[in-house]
Each structure stands twice: as structure tokens, then as C-alpha cells.
Ligand binder design. Structure first.
Ligand code: SF4
Ligand code: SF4
Length: 221
């Protein structure tokens, strides 16, 4: 037997009293949520006004490193490019000469590009690099508006000059060989080290060159 609405008794009366209680309780409950949130730790980050501090081993933009005298660590072996799962690295190696030397050994990276439209910042390339020429920085501000600007060239990736360094190309430290560089025996450029003329880049012997540290340097003849 089903119960008719009339015979159910108090349902109408309790419904109207419940709804008036709810009218009072609901806003109070709503403000309760607001009050609780007011005392919680704020998660809003004021970026870009306050730059985000990344974890020390964060995988950001790459950097091509130098030896302490300014010569480049990259030997143009392409192992980083072969290790890359996204095919984001392009390398062309070339031979050093005594007149135009970029790294202590036989070869150097003449062309080096990383395409950040492809790169997933996985870090496999830096694991593959045998000379620690390639590492990653904490710089994550890589967004841009054109595809071309996302292809970083060697000039953009190469580390700047620190104290004691001379911009490449320049001669190897006198009396040292490639192994000595990796043993840490070269700690700065030899006294009197001068930047050589980068003939392969179209420089002429009397060109005035501006180094990575922003200072103008006369090119030796
Ligand atoms: S971080 Fe990963 S995806 Fe990016 S260039 Fe290196 S290997 Fe390729
Ligand atoms: S960055 Fe390292 S792995 Fe890549 S070409 Fe240069 S030396 Fe080889």
C-alpha cells in the first residue's frame, strides 16, 4: 500500500522549517570556507615580478662550457645529437688548426644548434656528452613567438667569458696537451694569449672583434 502525501503527516511543516534553517546555515557554511582559506598559506606566485627559484638540478636551457682558458669543451662528436630522443640537436664538427683553434684537441663544434620547439628538457644529451661540454642551466624562460627564435645557435649557447679566459679561437696553453686540460692542469689563459682571427667565419686579419664578455678586442695578425 502506498502512502498518500496527505497521510505522510509532518513532511510539509518540517520542509518549510528546514528551508528557513538552511537559509541561515548555508551562508554561514560558505563564509566558513572563506575564513578557513584566509589563514592558509598563500600559493599564488608573483611571477614574473618575483622570479621562481628552481630546484638546484632543474633541467633548463643548455649551456656549452669552456675550459678555464676560454677554449671550448665541445669536440663536435655529435653524441648528444644521437642521444636526443626528440632529434632537437644539430652539430657539425670541424678540424682545429694551429692558426684557428677553438678546443684543445683535434676537433671542435663548428655548428651547434638546439631546437627548443622540439626539446623536452629530458637531459639525455648532457648524460651522453663525454667532455661535460654540454650542461643545463636553471633558465626556464624559453617561450617565444616564432619557431626561428626557438632554435638556439652556438653563439647563444656558449658560456660567457670568466676571469682568466680569452675568447676563441686562440692557441693551446704552451706545454700542455688535450689530456692536461681534462686533468685540470690548465687554470687560466697563458700570459699574453691573444684571440686568433676566425678566418673560417669570414674575419679578416685587421677586423676588430667584440668578445662574449662585451669588451672590444683587437684581433691579432
Ligand atoms: S634535453 Fe632531451 S630533448 Fe632536449 S636536446 Fe637534450 S636529449 Fe634532446
Ligand atoms: S656537446 Fe658534448 S656530446 Fe655534443 S658534440 Fe659537443 S662534445 Fe660531443
Amino acid at each position: 500500500m502506498s502512502e498518500s502525501p496527505e497521510s505522510s503527516g509532518t513532511s510539509g511543516a518540517s520542509g518549510s522549517s528546514g528551508s528557513s534553517e538552511e537559509k541561515f546555515q548555508n551562508p554561514v557554511a560558505g563564509f566558513g570556507v572563506t575564513f578557513k582559506a584566509m589563514f592558509k598559506k598563500r600559493l599564488t606566485e608573483q611571477y614574473p615580478e618575483t622570479p621562481k627559484v628552481t630546484a638546484p638540478r632543474f633541467h633548463g636551457r643548455h649551456q656549452l662550457n669552456r675550459h678555464p682558458d676560454g677554449l671550448e669543451k665541445c669536440v663536435g662528436c655529435e653524441l648528444c645529437a644521437w642521444a636526443c630522443p626528440a632529434d632537437a640537436i644539430y652539430v657539425e664538427g670541424a678540424d682545429n688548426t694551429d692558426e684557428e683553434r677553438y678546443s684543445p684537441g683535434e676537433r671542435y663544434g663548428r655548428v651547434y644548434q638546439i631546437n627548443y620547439a622540439r626539446c623536452i628538457l629530458c637531459g639525455l644529451c648532457i648524460e651522453a656528452c663525454p667532455t661535460r661540454a654540454l650542461t643545463m642551466t636553471n633558465d626556464f624562460e624559453l617561450a617565444n613567438t616564432t619557431r626561428e627564435s626557438l632554435i638556439y645557435t652556438k653563439d647563444e649557447l656558449l658560456a660567457g667569458l670568466e676571469e682568466g679566459m680569452v675568447d676563441t679561437p686562440h692557441a693551446i696553453f704552451p706545454g700542455m696537451d688535450e689530456q692536461d686540460y681534462y686533468r685540470g692542469l690548465v687554470t687560466e689563459a697563458a700570459p699574453g694569449t691573444e684571440r686568433q682571427t676566425a678566418v673560417s667565419k669570414g674575419e679578416k686579419p685587421d677586423d676588430t672583434h667584440r668578445g662574449n664578455n662585451g669588451s672590444a678586442q683587437e684581433v691579432g695578425t
